[in-house]
Design a protein. Structure first.
Length: 364
């Protein structure tokens, strides 16, 4: 099995995301009370200093375009100097963004081949790998993060890009089950696997047949996962998704000092229907995920999901408290001016989580 490409790039560091305070005392014997949700984030930035990516993130200092163009010559077509003299691409151009992703995945993560169909979601690699770094901290809870094939993770809604499962294996050596409701998306991820020997035998794909389900129909009776992860559909309708995409393109044009010209929703990061929107949007998707998680409490150590809209956290906390979960954590991440959160919950006590994790890693 090939070693994760960036194991030696940086010495694993312990993030504040791994620490946990003492849970609140139960109000009564009959009804246990969930530990009060707390935000676990990176150390506060000094005054005048912006928050940055996770310390283990290879992209913390930006993109090395000269090196990327050597590794992936097709990127040269899209790289131009900015008015400030630095090299960059037009992030409003979907083809430029896709080639940047392919270059990053080849140069930093050892992928010989990566491609997505036209219109598929093309996620920013630095933000996606940041989620995985924080999950590693969460799993090892303040201890030394280990890179091991013993860890098994479930990616809900992997999309046509399969990025979370790909990065999770290439960086940490984790084994993945990746699910999606769209058969064409799974076909493309399988094509990526088939063209990368380092992925073969480490990523398996499952199709979700029920558009109203999240874990049901995917997690099988024999499964045990240390982590589940998800980037839920953000919008509640196609119209809402199109309007959001149009705003994104116009903002990119304004950032370049241009007058907004976009009159249609050209997606700089792409996105097919199931990747961008679902009935009820992110709020409803998270509610379904939390409700279903109870049925699989004994099979999953940590359930996690990205939460883009801060206002969606409160109903999540309320739903989790009703289920009586042991631990709830909210991890804040920031890439540039965009802030997003990882909501994580576990039905197991810290002692049981430690025992589970150690047994998995030791192979007992």
């Amino acid at each position: 099995m090939p070693k994760p490409v960036n194991k030696t790039a940086a010495k694993p560091a312990t993030s504040a995301a791994g620490k946990r305070g003492k849970p609140s005392a139960p109000k009564s014997v009959v009804k246990p009370q969930v530990a009060k949700p707390k935000t676990v984030s990176k150390p506060k930035a000094k005054r005048g200093e912006k928050k940055s990516l996770h310390p283990r993130n290879l992209h913390i200092n930006g993109y090395d375009f000269p090196a990327l163009m050597v590794s992936f010559p097709k990127l040269k077509t899209f790289v131009r100097p900015t008015p400030y003299g630095a090299l960059s691409i037009d992030f409003a151009d979907p083809l430029a963004v896709k080639n940047l992703n392919a270059a990053l995945l080849k140069h930093h993560y050892g992928l010989a081949f990566w491609d997505i169909p036209k219109g598929a979601l093309c996620p920013p690699i630095p933000g996606r790998v940041d989620y995985l770094h924080y999950l590693a901290d969460l799993l090892f809870e303040g201890g030394k993060v280990k890179y091991t094939a013993a860890i098994r993770a479930l990616d809900i809604g992997t999309g046509a890009n399969g990025v979370y499962a790909i990065l999770g294996h290439q960086v940490y050596d984790w084994q993945f089950v990746a699910s999606d409701i769209n058969p064409q998306s799974l076909t493309n991820v399988q094509r990526i696997i088939d063209n990368n020997p380092s992925l073969q035998g480490h990523l398996s794909l499952r199709r979700q047949q029920d558009e109203k389900a999240v874990f049901k129909g995917i997690i099988q009776a024999s499964d045990r996962f240390e982590l589940t992860l998800c980037n839920p559909p953000f919008h509640g309708s196609l119209k809402e998704a199109s309007e959001g995409s149009l705003r994104k393109v116009r903002n990119l044009q304004l950032n370049r000092g241009e007058q907004p010209k976009a009159t249609s929703a050209t997606l700089n990061f792409g996105g097919q229907a199931a990747e961008l929107w679902c009935q009820g949007g992110e709020k409803q998707f998270l509610a379904t995920m939390i409700r279903e998680s109870q049925a699989f409490a004994e099979q999953c150590l940590w359930f996690t999901s990205l939460v883009s809209k801060q206002e969606n956290l409160k109903p999540c906390y309320q739903a989790l408290e009703k289920l009586g979960v042991d631990t709830v954590k909210t991890i804040e991440m920031q890439q540039g001016n965009k802030v997003t959160r990882v909501l994580a919950w576990s039905f197991h006590s810290q002692a049981k989580r430690l025992q589970w994790r150690n047994q998995v890693i030791s192979g007992e």
